[in-house]
Design a protein around this ligand. Structure first.
Ligand SMILES: *Cc1c(COP(=O)(O)O)cnc(C)c1O
Length: 436
């Protein structure tokens, strides 16, 4: 018998043969419709992107079948030769991409990467600081409904009422008062540049460990379109599926060897069992893509496009929280139009523009209603939209919102119909998977 892998398994091209369509037509049909939805609507959700076919192929690969508890060279299962190859490549590429000494590429998601940091460094009841959810923080940074808020003692900092920027003096004062063991910078709906050096100075003053959760901006950091949290932060976590454009997952990065054992032990066996090796393989593919000059240019275009979108929205009468954006995202304040975030999300969806309602700083409406929407440019930039297209998109959004301001929740059907047709034109000119 030949010891070489069979030719058919060597070639993924011939691997699929409409197997899913035959085995499960209902799921195959829903996946087909999801592809059509992604093609036909404009994705403005700031945390989403369009992964390459190479990333999708790795995610759908035979590594789904493999158990690989442990780390490269130290596994609890046999047959891990190729699992070691992909995980080692993922680690080496992550370190090169973000310029750090150590990486753990096993966290299954963003939430789990942050849980692992808490498990590694804090005891239940310990005090930590994070950006308030109402100012754009994440659930895992101390929300009362999240484990971080239930089992630990969060103290939050926020943005200033006047300019809606993070108030570094207030961050310092809160840190001095509460002496947190851990300070987290980074968030989900903060559109300005993070001053990591200023956070470092505060962390040093109170003896705190500094964590940056760069989930939203890691693609910009990778491409040099936002300053790097290294060397200022002790530990950096990131999802891999947002501006970084990889599979749905998380990573943990750090420089000091003293964190290696606690962090690795916290991910496995502390929180997780067998890693999702197919997703680890896809992360390696995404990191390789992010190391290219094309990705660097992409990350700068994401920011340029966000500026164009924000400017167009303002020209068309909508207020941008903090007066603009430095990154891929922005919050639009709909208060002056007396339109809720909830109605805007629905109205825009009817016009094939997908976004999410989002609280604005000092919002008086509930999180289920909100006074704002959050918009982002990573997905649109991937499909090829430039500043001209994003300026058009800003105008289309304003038309739909004005229809809602005039007619209430049902909006202006004629306007929405007309926006839909212009969205359709843009989408057909910029296919999400050109060779699909
Ligand atoms: C998205 C996000 C997470 C969580 O990621 P999931 O994969 O959805 O669990 C954590 N932190 C920040 C800042 C995020 O933006």
């Amino acid at each position: 018998m030949s010891t070489q892998p069979s030719e058919v398994l060597n070639s993924m091209d011939s691997f699929w043969n409409d197997d899913l369509a035959k085995a499960d037509p209902e799921i195959a049909a829903a996946i087909g419709k999801e592809l059509a939805r992604q093609q036909d609507k404009i994705e403005l959700i700031a945390s989403e992107n369009i992964a390459s076919k190479a990333v999708l192929e790795a995610t759908g690969s035979v590594f789904t079948n493999k158990y690989a508890e442990g780390y490269p060279g130290k596994r609890y299962y046999g047959g891990c030769d190729y699992a070691d190859v992909v995980e080692t490549l993922a680690i080496e590429r992550a370190k090169e991409l973000f310029g750090c000494n150590f990486a753990n590429v096993q966290p299954n998601s963003g939430s789990q990467m942050n849980q692992a940091v808490f498990l590694a460094l804090l005891q239940p009841g310990d005090t930590f600081m994070g950006l308030d959810l109402n100012s754009g923080g994440h659930l895992t940074h101390g929300s009362p409904v999240n484990m971080s808020g239930k089992w630990f003692n969060p103290v939050s900092y926020g943005v200033r009422e006047g300019d809606e920027l993070i108030d570094m003096d207030a961050v310092a004062a809160t840190a001095r008062e509460h002496k947190p063991k851990l300070i987290i910078c980074g968030g989900t709906a903060y559109s300005r540049t993070w001053d990591f050096a200023a956070f470092r100075a505060i962390a040093d003053e109170v003896g705190a460990i500094l964590l940056c959760d760069m989930s939203h901006i890691s693609g910009l950091v990778a491409g040099g379109a936002h300053p790097s949290p290294f060397p200022h932060c002790d530990i950096v976590t990131s999802t891999t599926h947002k501006s970084l454009r990889g599979p749905r997952s998380g990573i943990i990065l750090w420089n000091d060897e003293k964190f290696t054992k606690p962090l690795n032990m916290a991910v496995f066996p502390g929180l997780q069992g067998g890693p999702l090796m197919h997703v680890v393989a896809a992360k390696a593919v995404a990191f390789r893509e992010a190391l290219t000059p094309e990705f660097k240019s992409y990350s700068h275009r994401v920011v340029e496009n966000a500026r164009a979108l924000a400017a167009s929205l303002e020209e068309n009468g909508l207020r941008i929280v903090s007066g603009g954006t430095d990154n891929h995202s922005m919050l639009v304040d709909l208060t002056a139009k007396d339109v809720t975030g909830k109605d805007a999300e629905k109205g825009l969806d009817r016009a094939w523009l997908t976004c999410n309602k989002n609280g604005i700083p000092f919002d008086t409406r509930s999180p289920f209603v909100t006074s704002g929407i959050r918009l982002g440019t990573p997905a649109g930039t991937t499909r090829g939209f430039g500043p001209a297209e994003f300026r058009t998109i800003g105008k289309l959004i304003a038309e739909v919102v004005d229809g809602l301001a005039k007619n209430g929740a049902e909006g202006d059907a004629q306007v929405e119909e007309s926006v839909r047709s212009r969205v359709a034109e843009l989408c057909s000119a910029f296919p999400v998977y050109p060779n699909a």
